[in-house]
Design a binder for this molecule. Structure first.
Ligand SMILES: [Zn+2]
Ligand SMILES: [Zn+2]
Length: 278
């Protein structure tokens, strides 16, 4: 058994690419100053920080593990799925993250362009007139279609044009945990359930394992030692890798959550990379 007293790797850190305080570069430098062997950068729904982090990693000699934390949704409950070592040039990944970043606006534009392909003369402005703020959605498009005289009711707009199965239908990008897991796998990465102790969704773990989940986050700033024990048992039962990280956002953002106070050994990085190669 290796000593766990020194954190070799902190696999859960946020930067200015999402809601962290430090830039990717500053984060890597801090990790290097603390003597870590590696650090995982896991911003919410974005991989924007990867390039800068990798560069800083090369310069400081610290191993950077490319990661992400997807905010998925299950019946209104947020479930966070970490992904590690996805292929940076995966167009699949970039495409899906782009959609996540601007899901609503993107969706509206896509629907409008599909409608235009159907020779319907509708513009973004037509739809915007019905949407008060940024929360634009299909009901506003339906209202615009009524206003423009293409349909007599919003119901008809959904049935004929923008509802599921209709020619201008565009699926909504609110990922379910399973979709998040699949997105990571499809992008060549390793999906890990983040801080499972926070939501008490243990009964779903076997279903997510069937969907491709490969790890559980064991060591985490919000986990009690009971949580850790329980998730180690579950991980062993399903043959999952066990990761760890602080969920560092910067002391100001998350007081008491210091970089590397939670984490894991470098073996875990090796295991992640073995899974990637399979
Ligand atoms: Zn989280
Ligand atoms: Zn996080």
């Amino acid at each position: 058994m290796k000593s766990k007293s020194i954190t070799e790797v902190d696999l859960h850190c946020h930067t200015t690419a999402s809601d962290g305080i430090l830039t990717p570069r500053q984060l890597i430098i801090l990790a290097s100053q603390l003597g870590f062997k590696g650090i995982g950068i896991t911003d919410h729904d974005t991989i924007q920080g990867w390039t800068e982090a990798m560069k800083a990693g090369m310069e400081t000699g610290i191993e950077v593990i490319r990661g992400i934390e997807l905010n998925t949704d299950m019946n209104g409950l947020e479930v966070h799925v970490l992904g590690y070592e996805m292929q940076p040039d995966s167009s699949y990944l970039r495409k899906h993250l782009g959609i996540l970043q601007e899901a609503r606006v993107q969706r509206m534009h896509e629907i409008i362009s599909k409608l235009q392909d159907l020779n319907i003369k509708i513009t973004v402005e037509d739809v915007r007139r019905f949407a008060g703020g940024e929360s634009v959605g299909r009901p506003h498009i339906a209202q615009a279609l009524v206003e423009l005289g293409y349909v007599i009711s919003t119901r008809e707009a959904f049935d004929r044009f923008i509802g599921p199965g209709a020619p201008a239908y565009v699926p909504r990008y609110k990922l379910s945990p399973i979709q998040g897991i699949e997105l990571i796998r499809e992008s060549g990465g390793v999906p890990v359930l983040a801080h499972p102790g926070l939501k008490g969704l243990d009964e779903h773990i076997p279903i997510w394992v069937d969907a491709g989940l490969q790890g559980l986050e064991i060591s985490h700033s919000d986990h009690s030692s009971e949580d850790e024990k329980r998730y180690i048992e579950i991980a062993e039962k399903y043959g999952l890798i066990m990761t760890g990280g602080s969920d560092f956002h910067g002391e100001v953002r998350k007081p008491g959550v210091q970089l590397g106070k939670w984490g894991t050994s470098f073996d875990v990085v090796t295991k992640i990379r073995e899974l990637v190669r399979k």
